[in-house]
Design a binder for this molecule. Structure first.
Ligand code: ARG
Length: 399
């Protein structure tokens, strides 16, 4: 054990995490703060901002690349058709990955505490702490615990000449990673306010142009684009670019947060929309009716845990056991057309298709070699039998 008392802070270089640095030394008696920024696919400008702010604060700054781990989790989400109220969970899935990476750095650097700059209203505090409270380190949330407002943070930063110029963040609160870009705050908080075009960065407004692409899957995992095998991070980045250019993947939803608040949220997620739509289309081809119905329920539970940031829950392992069993047949390709801001499946193919052209056709007399049309006569006689019995009782007034 070293004798300096050190705390690891989840650091973005924004206002919240910048004011946390002096506060952790003054209000929480830490001798030293280290900042950790975890790369889950944020734009380069965010790392520059974090780097510059850290330097100006004389903060020891660590950057951890967790893109591959995060992309792996996003693809587990694809297998679970994961969506929470229409939101493909970008921020939610990134949080446990970020929290684990910060915990690793904190342990390596002999820290005794972990801190984040989340407020007491959002979901992120819960997602971070679900991971951190499983360790022996002290967990600190200065903004929440000291009841800080943005106005207070601004004047506190000015008083101490903290470097916040680069970190003014514009008027919206933005959270970006590989899987989604979330835009919150300012006028957008009002549900009736129509988002202006300039809130979008990943998507252009849909035009009349269309494009068809082909996504390949193996065991439910996306593996190729237009026939070329592509690694997860690259596949997501390429699809964000490509589909974003056709206005694919915008959503504007009312979201029920974990603590009960209902909030208006705007998101962009072109790659997630393409991969989720394509995956669902392939499942429709290869799973039986009963598997599809039951998997809907399993997927819903997976999505709830994903939103809560609890992807390590035993329930998730159990759900994934079922999911894995179904995905052994989710191998094949799906053609997606970008059209009018949609990513619509327009073709699918798999060697595991339950569909049989011969069985569905009206033109063949002997359908599968063992069943004939006339075999349906008995089934047709019975269909609705109980309803006829019940209606007879009602019509006859119980006589
Ligand atoms: N509401 C979303 C969630 O809880 C996204 C929050 C993103 N944060 C932001 N400052 N835009 O997962």
């Amino acid at each position: 054990m070293s004798d300096t008392n050190r705390v690891a802070l989840a650091f973005s270089g924004g206002l919240d995490t910048t004011v946390c640095v002096p506060l952790l030394e003054e209000e929480y008696d830490y001798d030293e703060v280290i900042g950790v920024t975890v790369d889950v696919g944020q734009p380069a400008s965010e790392f520059e901002e974090a780097e510059e702010t850290a330097e100006a604060l004389d903060l020891d700054h660590y950057v951890v690349d967790a893109k591959a781990a995060f992309a792996g989790l996003c693809f587990d989400a694809v297998r679970a058709n994961a969506s929470y109220q229409g939101y493909p969970l970008g921020t939610a899935l990134a949080r446990p990955v970020i929290a684990e990476a910060i915990l690793d750095v904190a342990k390596e650097q002999d820290c005794t505490g972990l801190a984040h700059g989340s407020t007491g209203k959002g979901n992120d505090q819960l997602r971070f702490e679900a991971v951190w409270r499983d360790s022996d380190l002290e967990v600190i949330a200065p903004v929440r615990e000291l009841g800080l407002t943005r106005e207070f943070e601004q004047s506190y930063a000015e008083e101490r000449s903290l470097p916040i110029e680069g970190g003014d963040e514009g008027k919206y609160s933005i959270d970006t990673n590989l899987w989604s870009r979330s835009i919150e705050g300012s006028e957008l908080e009002e549900p009736s306010y129509v988002p202006p075009e300039d809130v979008y960065e990943w998507t252009t407004a849909p035009t009349a142009e269309t494009l068809e692409i082909e996504v390949g899957f193996e065991d439910g995992y996306p593996v190729s684009l237009d026939g070329t095998e592509t690694e997860p991070v690259e596949l997501i980045e390429e699809l964000n670019d490509l589909a974003g250019g056709y206005g694919v993947g915008r959503s504007d939803i009312m979201e029920d947060r974990m603590l009960g608040l209902k909030v208006r949220e705007n998101y962009e997620h072109p790659a997630a929309t393409v991969l989720l739509n394509a995956h669902a289309a392939l499942e429709d081809l290869v799973l039986t009716k009963e598997e599809r119905a039951f998997k809907n329920r399993v997927d819903h539970e997976w999505s709830e845990k994903g939103y809560q940031g609890l992807v390590n829950a035993p329930l998730v392992d159990a759900l994934e056991g079922f999911i894995a069993e179904t995905q052994t047949r989710v191998t094949g390709t799906v053609t997606i057309r970008f059209e009018g801001g949609q990513a619509r499946p327009v073709g699918r193919s798999s060697k595991y298709a339950v569909y049989s052209a011969e069985a569905a056709s009206f033109n063949t007399e002997d359908i599968t070699g063992s069943i004939e049309q006339s075999d349906a006569t008995g089934v047709a006689k019975y269909h609705g039998f109980q309803e006829r019995l019940a209606n007879r009782v009602v019509d006859g007034d119980g006589e």
